[in-house]
Design a protein around this ligand. Sequence first.
Ligand SMILES: Cc1ncc(COP(=O)(O)O)c(C=O)c1O
Length: 381
Amino acid sequence: MDSVLSPATVKMMNIVSSLRAQGIDIISFSMGEPDFATPKHISEAAASALLSGFTHYTPSAGIPELLEAIAEKSKVENGIQCTPKDIVVTPAKLAIFASIISQINDGDEVIIPDPSWVSYEPIVRLAGGVPVLAKTTYEDEFRLKPETVAKLVTNKTNMLIINSPSNPTGAVMTKEDIKGIADIAKDHDLIVLSDELYEKIIYDGVEHLSIASLPGMFERTITVNGFSKGYAMTGWRIGWLIAPTQIMAEIKKIQEHTITCAASFVQKGAVAALKGPQEPVKAMVQRFNARRDLIVEGLNNIPGFKCLKPHGAFYVFPKFEFKMTSAEFAEFLLKEAHVAVTPGSSFGPAGEGHLRFSYATSRENIRKGLERIEKAVSKLR
Ligand SMILES: Cc1ncc(COP(=O)(O)O)c(C=O)c1O
């Protein structure tokens, strides 16, 4: 466990809570969750299931109604030809954990984008695997390029992780890049873990492509998705994974020996999320879009910052030109400006020189936060 550290994102959330408890007015750009309420019809469905006594264990993989709804959504929206038996309902984080722990043996190499979500690398280490980082850069709009991945494949490579739209960069992979990566996976017999949690939060008419929908990919892909980000349901702890039969058999054992099943009434809420009106999701994405424009323009107007306009998620990942590490700069902003951001280095070495801003906060907070940052950094010049 010594090589595994607590996630920087969770640490930052705890620091912000404790400063706020001391009465300090912090503007936080560190939240990895939508600031909107879960749509009412979803909460009502779960509440009614709870009150009607739907409070016991369910089948380990999930209730049939939800498995069918996920299979239908995955076929229609994602082109993934799956059936309910290919699906397990579980929190997305546990889906990723179970996938890696069940597939990775000691010494297996796993290719991970750099920068990327804080937990891939620690989970690979917990499994006894060796994380191999595939660098992406600001100059390339944080594209995970097939050429970069191809150079990292060895005879020990077992798995490749992709995450589009990306946390922390907001980058959305192009169809060409996804196809190129699929070809590498097929040529070298690799498993692909595709984390599609931010699928619904996408802008500018860009389309999400699920790698499992490409020819020859279903049988080697674990697709992870969930309700947390798209339906503002982070606290519900529910998501799912889709995997082919032989991989699924191993993943199911982990589900059975850990949480047994996702919470029963929560699964009823999830059915309502998928089958009910999708307008609340669209409205949320529209508001994220306006905030993205505001924060990107605002950051680019502060000397010392350069910010891309990513096509997905609710994060921007600007680079900065102040002579500090990203951890030092985040601490400086917290102390001097009372603004919380996440250091880019928390997401991998290629994140150094960057900060992650989550714009899952009001436009008023975004404006106020940017003003505070501008004032604080003017002292550095
Ligand atoms: C890229 C990515 N994958 C997985 C997760 C875990 O999701 P959940 O909270 O739904 O388990 C997160 C949460 O922040 C994430 O950003």
